[in-house]
Ligand binder design. Structure first.
Ligand code: ADP
Ligand code: F6P
Length: 581
């Protein structure tokens, strides 16, 4: 299967992410503002865009009234090569803040305590995914590749397959259900969606329909007992594998209908930019089955690290009872390959950047400003996963244990505002403000402040100059999918060979050999690493930096994008015959 595009026709790539490289806002005067978005996903895909050709579909950050859409759409297309999925502001709020960033984000980063499950937000998550599916289905053609990004869109692969292959079956069913839900709270549906009435969920998701599912037997005892408090079974009791060639699998049926519509052979890939947690954490999620089933309609699922891929596979075994192979899963007659694709950056942007006249001048000015002082840089979205409080406390310990450094070292901490409508982010902001005030009050003088704290987004040239200035970069994430700030710092240190201090809980720690690796929860170990970084010999710094730069230059954003897309091109929905990635 896997219909190739017609002869002479280009195989198209459609990338779908919640965040677009540009975010639109509207001021009190009704004027629209287009601002570059920040974050690892945008940095990496923008890096790919330099050499790869794709259409980028996503949410522009704001609901736009019908009458303004033509203008806004044209600007998005012409200036940013993007296509918008509009969501009503309330729906977007529930999807983005309410479910994606209040449920999946904390859970995937091992913060279940920050999780606030609300059934209405889950419904909004589904509805937003359905809107994306409608837009993508309208654009997709036979043989296209659709590459879905990140945790905001984990139901999209399943919904997209439904829409393009079965308006009369699953697509209609999902639509009908969403329609019902919008009219009022349907207890049965909401209960089912929360995992309390699994039969309802299985139907809503188009699995387990009579005569349709020759696949696995659902093994989740939690669901069968109608409670969410019992533990999931440790090992599946019984696994019935779908047989290729025996009758028609769900996959084959979908392809047959899609073929009639000229939309067959569409390959769908998914990449998760966050960690995928251990199944012991993942299983806390009330809608754990639905999310897994949503992405299992892909041909290829990618993660930053081997551990995240392994956690995903073991969640599929423990929660869905599916038998997995080291590199993939068979489900409903479809083979989904699972692999590791470590993301990267465009290092030349920084290597060349530090030679640009404007940045060189800015760097000179900063050097003069911090003369006689070592500079440590921290760049984080102000997010509780970034471990900013731990970073500040470690600096405090360092300064108290090494008073000879007071007045001779500063931490420049850039905290990029992020997800400010979510309560946990507001609490974090207050906590960080207090810590900065306390430490500056304790060690500062009229002439000197140990922490220069900026809670704002800074232009990329300013960021590059800061990276180039700093003698060390300090990343203390308590969990982080990869962390591209570390890559950017290394790429900006061609001259200085600055020291990278990196949390062992960032995906980057598995690749960036040559960093000083710390456990951010062990404040003393970070304080010691700060001392080591500030006192390291030039030879040791250079030798570490060379190793780091060799890695960052090889595993770029482009290499990441190309390897994922090449693998997706190769796949056809059946298990590969030879060894895979
Ligand atoms: P996350 O994806 O969690 O935000 P990363 O460290 O992987 O964390 O990526 C952060 C990205 O955001 C980096 O590429 C960084 O350059 C970028 N960034 C930081 N500040 C800004 C800014 N003001 N404007 C645009 N991008 C920024
Ligand atoms: O790294 C995870 C991530 O969600 C990225 O996808 C994104 O670049 C970043 O965090 C920023 O998040 P947001 O889109 O919420 O601003």
């Amino acid at each position: 299967n896997g219909a190739a595009p017609a002869a002479g026709k280009e195989q198209r790539l459609i990338v779908v992410s919640n965040r677009l490289p540009v975010t639109i806002s509207k001021d009190a005067q009704g004027v629209y503002h287009f601002k570059m978005s920040s974050g690892g996903l945008v940095s990496a895909l923008s890096g790919c865009k330099k050499t790869m050709k794709f259409t980028w579909i996503g949410w522009p950050g704001k609901e736009i009234p019908e009458e303004d859409r033509e203008l806004v759409n044209r600007r998005l297309m012409d200036e940013y090569d993007c296509y918008p999925v509009y969501l009503a502001d309330d729906l977007a709020d529930r999807h983005y803040n309410g479910f994606s960033n209040s449920i999946l984000w904390p859970l995937f980063h091992y913060h279940p305590g920050e999780m606030n499950f609300d059934a209405a937000n889950w419904l909004a998550y589904r509805e937003a995914n359905m809107r994306f599916a409608d837009v993508v289905a309208g654009m997709v053609q036979a043989g296209d590749m659709v590459w879905v990004q990140d945790y905001h869109l984990m139901l999209l692969p399943m919904l997209l397959r439904s829409v393009i292959s079965g308006e009369g079956s699953q697509g209609e069913m999902v639509r009908r259900e969403l329609g019902r839900v919008k009219k009022g709270v349907d207890k049965e549906v909401v209960g089912g969606m929360m995992g309390m009435k699994e039969e309802g969920v299985a139907t809503a998701l188009g699995v387990g329909e009579e005569g349709e599912d020759e696949g696995v037997e659902i093994l989740d005892e939690v669901a069968e007992e109608g409670t969410t408090s019992a533990p999931a079974p440790a090992v599946p009791k019984k696994v019935k594998r779908p047989a290729f060639g025996r009758g028609m699998s769900q996959f084959q049926k979908q392809e047959a209908v899609a073929k009639e519509k000229g939309k067959d052979g569409v390959r769908i890939g998914f990449f998760l930019h966050t960690p995928f947690p251990s199944s012991e954490i993942y299983r806390i999620l009330p809608v754990r089955r639905e999310i897994l089933l949503g992405v299992l309609q892909c041909d290829l699922i990618g993660f930053h690290t081997y551990d995240y891929a392994r956690h995903f596979l073991s969640s599929c075994t423990r929660i869905l009872g599916l038998e997995t192979m080291p590199n993939g899963i068979e489900h409903e007659g479809r083979y989904t390959q699972v692999g590791t694709f470590p993301i990267g950056i465009d290092p030349m942007q920084f290597v060349d950047g530090i030679r640009e006249e404007g940045i060189v001048k800015r760097l000179q000015a900063l050097k003069a400003r911090f003369k006689g002082c070592k500079v440590i840089i921290g760049v984080d979205r102000l997010d509780y996963i970034k471990g900013v409080p731990q970073k500040l406390q470690s600096l405090e310990i360092f300064l108290s244990q090494h008073p000879e450094w007071v007045g001779k070292v500063v931490l420049v901490q850039l905290a990029i505002p992020s997800r400010q409508d979510v309560e946990e982010y507001q609490n974090l902001r207050a906590c960080v403000n207090e810590l900065v005030g306390r430490i500056n009050g304790r060690f500062g003088t009229v002439e000197f402040m140990p922490i220069h704290y900026l809670h704002k987004s800074v232009p990329i040239d300013e960021l590059t100059a800061m990276y180039a200035l700093a003698d060390a970069c300090l990343v203390t994430s308590t969990r982080d999918g990869m962390n591209l700030v570390s890559y950017e710092y290394i790429s900006s240190q061609v001259d200085g060979h600055g020291v990278m201090i990196l949390s062992e809980f960032a995906g980057a720690a598995q690749s960036l050999n040559g960093s000083l690796i710390v456990n951010p929860w062990d404040l003393q170990s970070t304080a010691d690493a700060i001392h080591t970084a500030l006192t390291m010999t030039e030879e040791a710094k250079k030798s570490n930096w060379e190793k780091l730069f060799a890695y960052v230059s090889k595993y770029t954003a482009e290499a990441w994008g190309v390897s994922f897309v090449n693998e997706l091109t190769r796949l056809s929905g059946h298990p590969p015959s030879g060894p895979s990635i």
